[in-house]
Write a protein that binds this ligand. Sequence first.
Ligand code: SAM
Ligand code: SF4
Length: 340
Amino acid sequence: MTTDLKIAEKPLIDPYDRQVSYLRVSVTDRCDFRCIYCMAENMTFLPKADVLSLEELDRLCSAFVTRGVRKLRISGGEPLVRRDIMWLFERLGRHLDTGSLEELTLTTNASQLERHAQGLFNAGVRRINVSIDTLDPVKFEKITRWGKLDKVLGGVDAAADAGHRIKINAVVLKDVNDDEIHDMVAWCGDRGFDLTFIEVMPMGEIGGDMRLDQYWPLSMVRAELKKRWTLTDIDDTTGGPARYVRVDETGGRIGFITPMTHNFCEDCNRVRLTCTGTLFMCLGQEDAADLRAPLRNGDDKLMMQAIDDAIARKPKGHDFIIDRRRAAPAVSRHMSVTGG
Ligand code: SAM
Ligand code: SF4
């Protein structure tokens, strides 16, 4: 690297004195599912020339690691549908070996996890988030449009067998899977998986008025769960939007991600990078910085300067609203662009 060591060692501190130590990277906007809350069925994807190569993604992620990012989460779209993606995991694994990186993780729909579970473990991944919104195969096809539950569950089993810790992410949708929350808690409890319930967020056009119909506040979920389970608050804070409880009966942990009903921004430690090299400093705001141009320019100093300039613009917080009077989503890009 031609980078000035002093810059390279400087941690990324935003204007509100929060240190950026967590980078989420969406390595592709493509996906083999079309979840009803995430994508329209006929999505238009980015032209390949706009998408960073795996080598470029490695360079950019590594720049963040030298600036104090300790956790990297690879997401998408569906990260495991990107060709040769295991190369990136193996490359990034070197930062775990040196101790610069604490954790390399992945969020996936698990459709391709069966064949990659062991390779991911070998690369140093130890925790995987798998998105499963229902345990009913028919409903699963309805929600994901193109997914098969048995393939996904095969992937989850393979990951557990390989030694990964698993967390299930479930978006709770009114009149779709809100009747399954107890089953999800029991299923995860039996298997030793953590579980996170997520409120649907107003991101990207998905067609019609669907989002208003889908929204189901997690306060309702929590109230319903309390009828059957003993929930004890625990204050695990990851700098993220989830708040956690322990289920006394199973010993399992449940997280609630409530961007709509709660403000979780005050201790935000994360930024998000898209597969085109655009850095979003906040999931809920449109402001972004282009890192692809300085990256492709080949001057690491310029790239570091661009990262510094971006972090200096990290906003204090976001302002999601599902507004009945507005037809448009609060944030125009889809979650698959920034990887959730
Ligand atoms: N394809 C992978 C998956 O589904 O796990 C990774 C990308 S996906 C965009 C990451 C997470 O975002 C998933 O857990 C998904 O359920 C969630 N998600 C997508 N669109 C969302 C929305 N509009 N509101 C809330 N969560 C959403
Ligand atoms: Fe694909 Fe994940 Fe979006 Fe579903 S939530 S369409 S699996 S990116």
